[in-house]
Write a protein that binds this ligand. Sequence first.
Ligand SMILES: Cc1cc2nc3c(=O)[nH]c(=O)nc-3n(C[C@H](O)[C@H](O)[C@H](O)COP(=O)(O)O)c2cc1C
Length: 133
Amino acid sequence: MEVVERVAQFLEEAGTYYLATVEGDQPRVRPFGTVLVSGGKLYIQTGKVKPVSKQIAANPKVEISAFKDGTWIRIAGELAEDDSRDVRVAMLEKMPSLKGMYSADDGNMQMLYFKKATATFSSFTAAPETVEF
Ligand SMILES: Cc1cc2nc3c(=O)[nH]c(=O)nc-3n(C[C@H](O)[C@H](O)[C@H](O)COP(=O)(O)O)c2cc1C
């Protein structure tokens, strides 16, 4: 399995992950759940109207953390927007519950992917493992 797929699978199995952004000197964190791998990239989804989207536009450095079965992951990297319709459609097909809030052409739905990321898998019982994607 490719590294990016392994990271995505971990986030999917955890169900919820926490996405941290920065706003000036203030960290901001909130639960997220959207995950998609397309073209070898890890995507997440948000709405352009949300503060989180505005924070990422101003400073694309983010960190994600999630926990599952005694292991936690931390993903640090930079996000970039992908404005292609295909990737919005793919996200809506993968997570149909999003269709209640978003559509591919609503001008709000935003797909963001990690341009470059470092992910670390950690547990209390094994040495941390770091991967790049
Ligand atoms: C379990 C769970 C998963 C969520 N997943 C997402 C998501 O993938 N994308 C998103 O934009 N909001 C998601 N939300 C909603 C955000 O957490 C919420 O809109 C938050 O306020 C956004 O941060 P902001 O207020 O700083 O913009 C999720 C909420 C929960 C409870």
